[in-house]
Design a protein around this ligand. Structure first.
Ligand SMILES: NC(=O)c1ccc[n+]([C@@H]2O[C@H](COP(=O)([O-])OP(=O)(O)OC[C@H]3O[C@@H](n4cnc5c(N)ncnc54)[C@H](O)[C@@H]3O)[C@@H](O)[C@H]2O)c1
Length: 473
């Protein structure tokens, strides 16, 4: 669906007019147009910094240099010793940041290793790193903090400092979104240090254009690290609700990364499903997710041609909105059965038969399940339920070398949101740090990342894809 305001304010006349009368100009986001690259940061400058005593400098520099980044530092910054030591060990060159990072010399990303923070006063090192260089960041830039999880801190001062980072990044994201820059925080438990490579690649690339203001705590990986590019090649993936909208985009993106896709949708959507699958060489399965034998039918169909499933994306979902006082019981039942009940039952069946070892599951939640919406008690309940479900099932999937996560989209430009009345639609679109709706591709990119075995340190989490929607933050 097109966003005419964004198109207008990005034309030369519209930009001038918006500037004259003080209207906001949503940035045009750069999105990925190709599969995950081996060196997504080639030709790009990344300014790196660290806190004194930081412990993630070596895996951080290794990952950035493997991704092709040209590394810069602020030579006078107090927290440099861990970075310098790691660079010497890895034989990497660190260049001084130019005084005015302008034009071609602008930094694509600012990455700060905050794992050494031991007190709130030491947060000053973070300020000293970020404050002077924020103006020089490129449009569609990336800011990423990596830290240890507050729960694993040695004492209360360290715990307070690492929790402070969450508020810092959420506030900074709201400041830098105007030029399409995003800011996120990744919390790394000891033991997951070398698993940060694919996570950095995702957050610093165009694949995460609409993921903003998020805190992602990593889990301890249960499997060996795998490189992100090519990691879905030949994997067997089932996507429910694949005929159109977000599901169709997820199917396309998984196929772009080399997965063999089985698209499933309700028999009433068989025509659209056939078209989507024909485009990507996928296989269609016309089946209601709430059918009592859905899991057995999936296992049987997949078993015939492919053996088992490496990836399942539970995307099928509906809304039946009404204020609770006016809501008929069938509105309640339909939403609960399709959006939540079917996920539990299909997974239960596939855990007995249908999943391969290492299977990764991604469920689609919604920020409606986090912030709540009048008229959506049924929908909000199911989407919040999804978040609790992936958290509760993470250990079960980890035991089999796999994972289960959720993605919570914000306002996404689909036929569903195009049908909203003009006023609520315009408000829904703009109330985020990037002042625009996301595209189905944005959700699909995050789902595809989580579906990859390379995301082996992400389990039981819900990642919002919402441009830092102000709703529920
Ligand atoms: N569009 C948004 O802004 C947005 C925001 C947050 C979350 N979501 C979630 O993303 C998912 C996809 O949303 P969308 O906007 O693409 O919706 P959509 O209505 O365009 O597509 C949903 C698909 O699910 C299928 N489906 C519905 N019931 C089914 C059933 N019983 N069995 C099999 N398939 C069934 C439909 O036929 C359709 O193809 C949903 O779970 C939705 O709740 C969407």
């Amino acid at each position: 669906m097109s966003d005419r305001y964004l198109d207008f304010t990005n034309s030369s006349f519209g930009k001038t007019l918006a500037g004259m009368i003080g209207l906001p100009t949503p940035p045009r986001l750069k999105r990925a147009s190709a599969p995950w690259a081996a060196q997504p940061l080639e030709g790009k400058y990344v300014l790196v910094g660290s806190s004194s005593g930081a412990t993630l400098a070596a895996p951080l520099l290794r990952a950035l240099s493997a991704a092709g980044a040209a590394l810069r530092i602020i030579p006078e910054h107090a927290g440099l010793p861990p970075l310098k030591a790691a660079a010497a060990e890895l034989k990497l060159s660190l260049h001084g940041n130019p005084a005015e990072g302008v034009g071609e010399a602008r930094n694509h990303a600012l990455v700060f290793d905050a794992s050494g923070l031991s007190s709130p006063w030491q947060l000053r090192e973070l300020y000293d790193f970020m404050q002077p260089v924020l103006r020089g960041i490129a449009s569609n830039g990336r800011i990423l903090l990596i830290s240890r999880a507050p729960e694993s801190a040695a004492d209360i001062q360290a715990r307070t400092a690492s929790t402070a980072l969450r508020g810092f990044i959420r506030s900074l994201a709201k400041e830098v979104g105007k030029n399409g820059t995003t800011a996120n925080l990744v919390e790394v438990p000891t033991g997951a240090d070398t698993a940060i490579d694919p996570v950095l690649r995702f957050f610093l690339s165009e694949h995460s254009a609409f993921v903003d203001g998020q805190v992602l705590p990593l889990a301890l990986p249960q499997t060996a690290n795998v490189a992100l590019p090519g990691s879905l090649e030949g994997r067997i993936a089932l996507v429910t609700g694949a005929a159109r909208g977000i599901g169709a985009s997820i199917a396309e993106t998984l196929a772009r990364e080399g997965a063999k896709v089985i698209g499933m949708d309700h028999p009433s959507a068989e025509g659209g499903l056939g078209e989507t699958m024909a485009k990507i060489g996928g296989v269609g399965l016309a089946l209601d997710v709430t059918a009592p034998d859905a899991a057995a039918r999936i296992a049987e169909e997949v078993g015939k041609s492919f053996g088992g499933l490496d990836v399942v994306v539970h995307n099928a979902g509906i809304t039946r909105d009404k204020m609770l006082r006016n809501m008929p019981p069938h509105f309640w039942d339909m939403v609960v059965n399709i959006n939540l009940g079917a996920i539990l039952k299909i997974n239960e069946g596939l855990l007995k038969q249908g999943f391969n070892d290492g299977a990764r599951v991604v469920c689609i939640s919604s920020i409606g399940g986090i912030g709540g919406n009048a008229g959506q008690t049924n929908y909000g309940a199911t989407k919040a339920g999804v978040i609790g479900y992936v958290d509760g099932m993470a250990a079960t999937f980890a035991k089999r070398g796999g994972a289960i996560n959720a993605v919570a989209p914000g306002f996404i430009e689909t036929t569903m949101t195009a049908a909203m009345p003009f006023g609520p639609r315009e408000v829904g679109r703009r109330i985020n740090s990037l002042s625009q709706g996301g595209l189905p591709q944005d959700v699909a990119e995050t789902v595809t990342f989580l579906a990859s075995p390379a995301a082996n340190a992400v389990n039981g989490r819900t990642l919002r894809v919402c441009g830092q929607n102000f709703f529920g933050m």
